[in-house]
Design a protein around this ligand. Structure first.
Ligand code: GKR
Ligand code: MG
Length: 442
């Protein structure tokens, strides 16, 4: 029997448009960037994947072509082992202090893993979810409504989109400033009308803690049934986080990275104290981002909901985290960054393979919805994505023309890795990242 072989690997750095989303790292610029990988076999089949943008990841993927091209589908784990061995030195600095993960190798590894899984799923006529962990666990995956404070783009001369989609309230509001609780509630209502979310998360770490506590109370009043999460990305000190947690009892369903490393104590130690004192379930995408960190987080009882992003755990790794959560009575969720619809398919398949108590998973998709790289993007309906068991591979059909256009946007605007300080400096001159100060508190 002929086992398909990889004959070509293409790497496309691409860009799409974003709103001026605020977070501890600053303000999102007008473009977000990603790397797309397309593997082609000698049978003419293609496998695709999407990971964060930036030249370092692009370069690593380019270098990995020597390992990938010529390999057959059955040897994909050996390929992944080689990629790890060759490039793991690139991740020696860890995830970094920004809200987003700065590692290189692990993202490149995921890009290769996912594109192989897409091909293997197509070869065997099963969804990628069926190939992960113990196989597909569910067809419906709950997703949360990811809310942000949004900056006023008229204070910049940057090419942010305006009026790109006035077909509904969500399309209109997502490009407008959201700088107080009233605007935030209206944004949530528009998101609810379009997507039917049952959980909302607010990206905090922007205003002072009291203002964000008041915003969560306003959201709770508007959506008494919804599950709520607030995520200041570790920007609060423990003593303040304890006070806010007190005020938010009965309002939040869980909290995410309320505090982090301080006073010589690690983020895991501080979160362990927070959980012990508040009894509030803690989610994180900042302190258990690999197995070594996970072992300390578990030993300390520091967290309850690891947010295992397949983009930095690999798809198989993220499902392994879910299996652990299932066995250890923890909850599991997914972390996200801005992304196109290939990543949406990755998230959907990963969560569809996750056993146990899965929380509604994060996705930034609602800020990008409408900018498609595939002909059949997954849709969020009633707060859910659906992965039919009849899917093959990731379940998306690549639109190569759209990928080439997104690549041109990347080239024409001289883009690279994410830098939220640049746009933020329009709002506050000389603004610099401080992991312990909300972005607008200077
Ligand atoms: O998109 O600004 C953002 C978020 O702050 C992102 O960078 C975080 O990685 O969504 C993320 C989180 O949950 O921390
Ligand atoms: Mg987070």
């Amino acid at each position: 029997m002929n086992i398909p072989k990889i004959t070509q690997m293409d790497v496309y750095p691409v860009a799409g448009y974003d709103s001026m989303l605020l977070n501890l790292s600053g303000a999102h610029g007008p473009f977000f960037t990603r790397n797309i990988v397309v593997l082609t076999t000698d049978e003419g089949q293609i496998g695709v994947s999407e990971v964060p943008g930036g030249q370092k990841i692009t370069d690593t993927l380019e270098k990995a072509k020597d390992i990938v091209v010529g390999a057959h589908l059955g040897s994909y784990k050996a390929v992944l082992q080689q990629v790890r061995q060759h490039f793991s030195y690139l991740d020696a600095g860890g995830r970094g202090n920004q809200t987003f993960d700065l590692r290189i190798m692990i993202h490149a590894l995921t890009a290769i893993e996912t594109a192989f899984l897409d091909l293997i799923g197509k070869h065997f006529h099963v969804p990628v979810a069926a190939l992960l962990g113990d196989g597909q666990q569910r067809e419906h995956v709950g997703v949360l409504g990811y809310l942000f404070w949004v900056g006023d783009t008229s204070k910049t001369d940057l090419p942010y989109l305006q009026n790109d989609d006035n077909s509904d309230e969500w399309g209109r509001l997502r490009r407008k400033p959201v700088m107080d609780a009233d605007a935030l509630v209206k944004l949530a209502q528009a998101a609810y009308q379009k997507y039917g979310f049952k959980t909302f998360k607010l990206k905090g770490g922007v205003f002072d803690g009291e203002t964000e506590v008041a915003a969560m109370k306003a959201l709770h009043e508007a959506f008494p049934q919804a599950k709520l999460d607030l995520d200041p990305n570790g920007g609060w000190y423990l003593k303040d986080a304890l006070h806010y947690a007190d005020e938010l009892q009965g309002v939040l369903h869980y909290i995410e990275d309320p505090c982090g490393a301080e006073d010589g104590f690690s983020g895991r130690e501080i979160l362990a104290e927070f959980q012990k004192l508040t009894h509030m379930p803690v989610a994180t995408n900042m302190v258990d981002t690999d197995w070594r960190q996970m072992s300390h987080a578990l030993a300390l009882n520091a967290i309850s909901i690891p947010l295992a992003d397949p983009h930095f755990w690999t798809m198989e790794g993220a499902v392994r985290v879910a299996q652990l959560c299932d066995e250890f009575d923890l909850n599991w969720g997914i972390h996200s960054n801005n992304h196109f619809d290939i990543s949406l398919a990755m998230i959907a398949n990963t969560a569809a393979a996750a056993p146990g108590k899965v929380f509604d998973v994060d996705t930034h998709w609602i800020w990008q919805d409408g900018q498609y790289l595939t002909n059949n993007p997954y849709q969020i309906k009633n707060g859910e994505l659906t992965v039919p068991a009849t899917n093959e591979g990731l379940g998306v059909d690549l639109n190569l023309e759209a990928v080439q256009k997104a690549h041109q946007l990347y080239v024409d605007n001289h883009l690279g890795a994410r830098d939220d300080a640049a746009a933020m400096q329009y709002l506050i001159p000389d603004w610099h990242f401080d992991p312990k100060k909300p972005a607008l508190v200077r």
